[in-house]
Design a binder for this molecule. Structure first.
Ligand SMILES: [Cu+2]
Length: 175
């Protein structure tokens, strides 16, 4: 499975077949989950990768921060992140994931963000004014965690005036 995920360029069909085999084995009781991988962490990571080799992620804004579900991603696997526009409002829709070169203002009908995390560790997602914040983890394809922690960007000059610059964006955790 490591190689299948790592070489995901060919991986769609192969991964789908592997997934079918995995589930059919499990369902028929020929092998237990533990016997297949022997690692609960790896199971959890693999389960996020859909048969087409993409990890589907939902992004919302709850309890004054961005929330990714699942909040742990796998390095090297393309992410398709669907933004919940019901909770992500105002300038919170101008989304930045600096470590992976993402900056996109989402809108009705254009609420998908795609990127491939190419580093493992803990990373920040923020609105472009760095007011709305959140974090997520990226692990190696085999489930290994990294101690790397993105240095939180200092609040840029002007960021503290988010909403006071005349734009009235309303971010900064008021909802
Ligand atoms: Cu903002």
């Amino acid at each position: 499975m490591k190689q299948i995920i790592r070489y995901s360029a060919f991986g769609g069909a192969t991964l789908a077949i592997a997934a079918i085999l995995f589930f059919s084995f499990t369902a028929s009781g020929i092998a237990t989950v533990g016997a297949v991988t022997g690692n609960a962490v790896k199971d959890a990571v693999k389960s996020q990768v859909s048969a087409n080799g993409i990890q589907e992620v939902a992004l919302s804004y709850k309890n004054y921060q961005y929330l990714l579900e699942p909040s742990t991603l796998t390095k090297g696997v393309p992410v398709r992140m669907t933004v919940d526009l019901a909770t992500v409002n105002g300038c919170l829709r101008d989304i930045v994931i600096a470590s992976f070169g993402v900056r996109k203002r989402v809108a009705e009908g254009d609420n998908i963000i795609e990127f491939t995390p190419d580093k493992a560790g803990t990373f920040t997602i923020a609105c472009s004014m760095n007011m709305g914040r959140g974090t997520f983890e990226v692990v190696e394809p085999d489930g290994t965690q990294s101690s790397y922690q993105e240095t939180a960007p200092s609040v840029a000059a002007g960021a503290a005036s988010c909403g006071a610059s005349g734009s009235g964006c309303g971010c900064g955790g008021m909802r």
